[in-house]
Design a protein around this ligand. Sequence first.
Ligand SMILES: NC(=O)c1ccc[n+]([C@@H]2O[C@H](COP(=O)([O-])OP(=O)(O)OC[C@H]3O[C@@H](n4cnc5c(N)ncnc54)[C@H](O)[C@@H]3O)[C@@H](O)[C@H]2O)c1
Length: 420
Amino acid sequence: MTLPTRRSFLAGSAAGWLLLSQGPHASPNERARHAVIGCGGQGRAHGHAFANQPRCAVVAVCDVDPARRAEALKDLPSPESVAQHEDYRRIIEDPSIDTVSIATPDHWHTPIALAALQAGKHVYVEKPCCHTLREGALLVEAARQSKGCVQHGTQSRGGQGIRDAIQFLREGRLGRVRMAKAINHQYRAPIGRAPDESPPPGVNYDLWLGPAPQRPFSRNRWHYNWHWHWDYGTGDLGNDGIHQVDVARWGLGVEWPRVVTASGGQLFYNDDHETPDTQVVTFEYSDCFLMYEMRLWTNYPLEGHDNGVIFYGDKGILEIGRHGCEVTWIGQEKKKIGGGADLGEHVRNFLECARTGDTERLYAPIHEGYLSAALCHLGNIATRVAARLEYDPLTQTFKNHPGADRLVSKAYRQGYELPL
Ligand SMILES: NC(=O)c1ccc[n+]([C@@H]2O[C@H](COP(=O)([O-])OP(=O)(O)OC[C@H]3O[C@@H](n4cnc5c(N)ncnc54)[C@H](O)[C@@H]3O)[C@@H](O)[C@H]2O)c1
């Protein structure tokens, strides 16, 4: 399979941009005709969330694993009218499809999103939107040029309570906030060791691998477990940690850090994991620090949090956890001020923006998604090269560590190169 070349990407995009610039893809459809690409746990959540929206019909599901497609269909209201595809290109080339959501493993997010934008579709892409820093920059540029709506799957931004809490912070109600801590603290069971074997019958393992290096099949690099291998995933920093990093970055109102330092390793796992089970990253800004702490070996809610963000101001602290937002003024009781993430509202917002062609009103526009994904990549790179890093997003190089530059992008398997 060959992804579009740079020339064909730009040529194809022009048609897409024209359609997009006329509104909701110049589509005659009153309801967005939506396709879900990748039908694991999160793809099924997409199917459910999109099918529940009054202005949307899920008309196609796509997965390289037929069992996953069948599972996804069970959740949908009229499964008999939903097309099933093994190859996402059938969706890309179908002009009647208006919007797609991408819930594949991370290494497929950007390639499929680029192809969908080129074809003039609006894209809801799961986090992290990119598998490398370079992919993220390409995706932001493609979205900008195409004028397509690209919503990042960081659905905390869809939660009204969290949006209110961020507003509360921005109004200075905690005083000056000089630090935020993003906590990703949970028990993730070891995966043991699994041999290489033949792929399950009927699955298209070659298409699952896509741009990743050719390797034999292993259950420990397959459904869900791919998260823990650098060729496909981003560890738990890019998996769950990104939600907390995103909220922390949003609340602090910061973009690229001056300096990133990190430590991480496997203090718990002794198995096929490549990615850390314990990780600490500090992102330094000119007037604040964003800290990330990850512990995957206990679900005891240290400091009252499993997954959450704490903003430290000089008048009090704001905690945004899975279950809502709480503020504590110095010397007073903790007070609940809002609820948590909202996938349904995040999807509704995406569809509304796609319908009206209004990219400005997206809760998690792709340039914001890219920044939060970039922090995760920077944290992982700093962990992997064990160095204090200064990154220049304009040149896409490290100012003080050329050795880390090799992790800004990656090699693509022949036939799966990116278009740009
Ligand atoms: N926003 C959230 O809260 C949230 C929650 C969970 C997962 N996610 C994200 O969703 C994505 C999927 O996670 P998951 O847990 O469902 O993983 P999963 O491995 O269970 O599912 C991924 C599915 O994608 C399919 N797939 C792989 N390559 C494909 C291709 N080229 N075309 C079509 N299908 C392909 C796989 O066969 C698999 O069924 C990840 O990026 C993850 O980070 C987001």
